[in-house]
Design a protein around this ligand. Structure first.
Ligand SMILES: C[S@@+](CC[C@H](N)C(=O)[O-])C[C@H]1O[C@@H](n2cnc3c(N)ncnc32)[C@H](O)[C@@H]1O
Length: 236
């Protein structure tokens, strides 16, 4: 399929990743960095409130399983992978990922805020889980060893969000800098409005994104073009 957007380093497809991933060259991806639908029927609030595609209770994990099966041949043997998930879908995501990759651990993105629900009867859901997995061949992470709690990466303020579940570029940049080699390629099969692609631009890495909703592809394209004009930036 013809890309929706292409530059020297960034390619974005408007497609169902379960189809498009099959066309990626085998062993071409160094890092799978993605934020799949959590299977929580999330809609968000305010201006960008909208249901997330494939986010129905059982649908999310089914789509993830199918996407990982389609993506597996494209991953290098020493690839790393980070997948955002919700604590409630974590066990299903763990099973889906472990069918293809070695689980290395779970990181906690500590958001330091937020959360609705039973305010008096539960702890605030002020974090998200990020599964870390890797291929069969070991490749060390870059830099000094760090702890599994990712603090200091505040969520995008609701008014600035371009997607209901937008992730901060600085957090994705940090994960990609530790796990994707200088000349490497990052893959995000659930690209949303392109935060992972922008992180790749900031680091000077190549990236391939796939997104089902055209309106998100449009926004992702604008964000990537702006980031390319601004040029590489140092990671957080
Ligand atoms: C949790 S959001 C990702 C948001 C992204 N991290 C960001 O910061 O913009 C998941 C995205 O996956 C997309 N999606 C759902 N099913 C898909 C599929 N089969 N192929 C490609 N994209 C899909 C949804 O439209 C949604 O934008």
């Amino acid at each position: 399929m013809k890309p929706y957007y292409q530059s020297d380093t960034i390619t974005l497809y408007h497609a169902d990743c379960r189809d498009q991933l099959l066309d990626l060259p085998s062993h071409s991806v160094d890092l799978l960095l993605t934020d799949p639908p959590y299977g929580m029927a999330f809609e968000g609030k305010g201006e960008h409130a909208a249901p997330i595609r494939a986010d129905g209770a059982r649908q999310g994990v089914r789509v993830l399983r199918q996407a990982l099966t389609a993506a597996a041949p494209a991953l290098k043997l020493d690839a790393h992978a980070f997948l955002f998930c919700h604590w409630a879908s974590w066990p299903d995501f763990y099973d889906a990922v472990s069918a293809h990759l070695r689980l290395k651990g779970a990181l906690v993105w500590w958001k330091d805020r937020g959360g609705s629900g039973d305010c008096a009867g539960s702890f605030a859901p002020d974090y998200e889980v990020v599964l870390h997995a890797a291929g069969p061949k070991r490749r060390p992470l870059a830099g000094k060893r760090r702890g599994a709690v990712l603090a200091g990466f505040p969520p995008v303020p609701p008014r600035q969000r371009t997607h209901p579940t937008e992730k901060p570029v600085e957090l994705l940049t940090h994960l990609a800098e530790k796990s994707c080699p200088q000349e490497g390629t990052v893959l995000d099969p659930f690209a949303g409005t392109g935060a992972t692609l922008v992180a790749a631009v900031h680091l000077g890495r190549r990236a391939v994104g796939i997104e089902l909703e055209e309106r998100y592809c449009e926004v992702a394209t604008r964000r990537v073009e702006l980031a390319l004009r601004e040029g590489p930036q140092s990671a957080a």
